[in-house]
Design a binder for this molecule. Structure first.
Ligand code: NAD
Length: 246
């Protein structure tokens, strides 16, 4: 049975969707969760729902693309609680367009949040975790890192997340810190609900399990990677997609 009692966790992009599901799961397992997002109101709603169910959480306004804000999120959390056990880099956006039509604003926005945002939190977190000689970092990549039409920016960022994950796993392993990435397949959140019905059906038809994933499906894997039972799993890239990528 997984229990995260006494652990302090940060989840970025936790006002809705996958991040919200991850925050709820970690809180349900008794971690104290710092629910961070650019959407403060959404983060506060997630926090109040966690507290209503008997969990422990606080909201923290942070745009991960901003170096100072990300540093502040990580350092203030560690100062307040005396440590940082779990960092889940979940915040992400998409600005899809075919490569020949993609503009620099679309490219920069996605790289800024989905890749630089991960560096922005991992950099201060690695300093803190190195000193305490323990920690778990879990980065949300995507099945799209293998390439996806209309997502050159998103795929490049998510492939970059795999690169930083594997590098950090090599650098931090000796300090008892594990770093892993999860590649969700097609999960039912606001990010995917916007696609036309035809595209939704096509995506689901490619999933051997015959359904889109739920935030809990991803959250369950993160709970395991955060736990003591996963202490020797390091540098892995785990698909959570019902077999969409095999
Ligand atoms: P979502 O759009 O429902 O939620 C994303 C959250 O991130 C929102 O709360 C948003 O406010 C927040 N956010 C956006 N920019 C931010 C920033 N600069 N700083 C902090 N927070 C920010 O999306 P989702 O489907 O829940 O996706 C979560 C993560 O999972 C993303 O990294 C996404 O790329 C990845 N992912 C999702 C799917 C899927 O099928 N939904 C598949 C693969 C990967």
């Amino acid at each position: 049975m997984i229990n995260l009692k006494g652990k302090v966790a940060i989840v970025t992009g936790a006002a809705q969707g996958l991040g919200k599901g991850i925050a709820e799961k970690l809180a349900n397992l008794e971690a104290h969760v710092v629910v961070s997002d650019v959407n403060q109101e959404g983060a506060e709603i997630t926090v109040s729902e966690i507290i209503e169910k008997g969990g422990s959480a606080e909201a923290f306004l942070c745009n991960v693309a901003n170096e100072e804000e990300a540093k502040n999120l990580v350092e203030k959390t560690a100062e307040k609680h005396g440590k940082l056990d779990i960092l889940v880099n979940n915040a992400g956006i998409n600005r899809d367009a075919m490569l020949h039509k993609m503009n620099h604003a679309q490219w920069d926005a996605v790289i800024g949040v989905n890749l630089t945002g991960v560096f922005n939190t991992m950099h201060p977190a690695s300093n803190i975790m190195r000193k305490q000689e323990s920690g778990r970092i879990i980065n949300i990549s995507s099945a799209s890192w293998l390439g996806n039409i209309g997502q050159a920016n998103y795929a490049a960022a998510k492939a970059g997340v795999v690169g930083i994950t594997k590098t950090a796993a090599r650098e931090l392993g000796r300090k008892n810190i594990t770093v892993n990435a999860i590649c969700p397949g097609f999960i039912d959140t606001d990010m995917t609900r916007g696609v036309p019905e035809k595209v939704w059906d096509l995506m689901v038809s490619k999933i051997p399990m015959g359904r889109a994933g739920k935030p809990e499906d991803v959250a369950n894997c993160i709970a395991f990677l955060s736990s003591d039972q996963a202490s020797y799993i390091n540098g892995e890239v785990i698909n959570v997609g019902g077999g969409m990528v095999l």
